[in-house]
Design a binder for this molecule. Sequence first.
Ligand code: FES
Length: 164
Amino acid sequence: MITLTINGEEHRLDVDPRTSLLDACRDHLGLTGSKKGCDHGQCGACTMLVNGRRINSCLTLAVMHEGDEITTVEGLGEPGNLHPMQAAFLEHDGFQCGYCTPGQVVSAVGMLGEVADGWPSNASKDLQNGAELSGEEIRERMSGNLCRCSAYPNIVDAIETAAK
Ligand code: FES
């Protein structure tokens, strides 16, 4: 039995120790916002935040995250009370089929948090916040999130709006 703290709520789970964090959320807790695209760390559709940092939840075991603060897309906002990043994706049509969108949105929120924290330490020290990122820098920092529909220009526009 493990206890996971997800979107501010504690969940007791009886899962096989080999269960990924993604499968624990999707198959045991009904948190299906995070998507399984590749299941081996290449697409970013499963992106969650662990203690504010982005992670491919398909690559990590649920049992490794007791005591962590886990955020999924369900924890960002809800209909009628969207997170600014979700609202910006809507405003800019930052999606086509939408499959990658939860991962894109969570990753973008985490990415702006990283910039604000000056993390990683080898990143530009001059950046104060995400509003200073160029479109190219956003693409680079979001390169772990693939969109097969190639909605990248609108995704970048959305992130630029949310960063302001
Ligand atoms: Fe985890 Fe693709 S499903 S990176």
